[in-house]
Design a protein around this ligand. Sequence first.
Ligand code: GTP
Ligand code: MG
Length: 228
Amino acid sequence: SRHKINMIPMASATATYGQKESSDQNFDYMFKILIIGNSSVGKTSFLFRYADDSFTPAFVSTVGIDFKVKTIYRNDKRIKLQIWDTAGQERYRTITTAYYRGAMGFILMYDITNEESFNAVQDWSTQIKTYSWDNAQVLLVGNKCDMEDERVVAGDRGRQLSEHMGFEFFEASAKDNINVKQTFERLVDIICEKMSESLDAADPAVTGAKQGPQLTEQPAPPQQDCAC
Ligand code: GTP
Ligand code: MG
């Protein structure tokens, strides 16, 4: 009775569209990105900081899933990011994992002041492997790095785990706006790198048609080189 589950929350998506973008195809690529991790690590705060440059200390646990859209410019490409903010609470797992399919990138988040959230990283990584594409890119984020006094997960532990899992790593703070933009931009760059690797690997004779990487949800652009 508290909330209804926002399965397809169009309202918030429309709110973040600029006028120019509301109708159109005004971008070169669209990347679907998911933010996952335990409840209260700061996923929603991280997205609000990035998309709206806002932060609230109050904790309103996400119900189900929501998304925001933001278009960025990287190396002469307009990239529309569809960023899905998932509920960390276990009881929404069936709903949230249904959205993993087709995601090109994941921000896997823990809270540096919360050991349990760090211990759960491995499980979240397994969820990614189970429900998403093989070539989805993952970036590990230790959030709340502004709370140094309450830190229980040393930076080195985060770094080691990320190396072990083959992910890149940032410590960040949604509150103090540390490494938020950098996280998204790095993830976009990694996705672009992966995309051009796949293109390089493809036979040039056949890349004109449907052989390109299935990394865009839009029809493949006519030119097959990603300048990212
Ligand atoms: P679920 O929706 O339940 O999965 O949680 P969530 O991961 O979305 O957490 P949320 O963004 O709602 O943040 C949880 C609490 O942590 C809120 O009270 C936030 O204000 C706080 N918080 C989030 N990020 C930071 C941060 O970088 N620093 C500090 N000090 N607090 C933060
Ligand atoms: Mg949330």
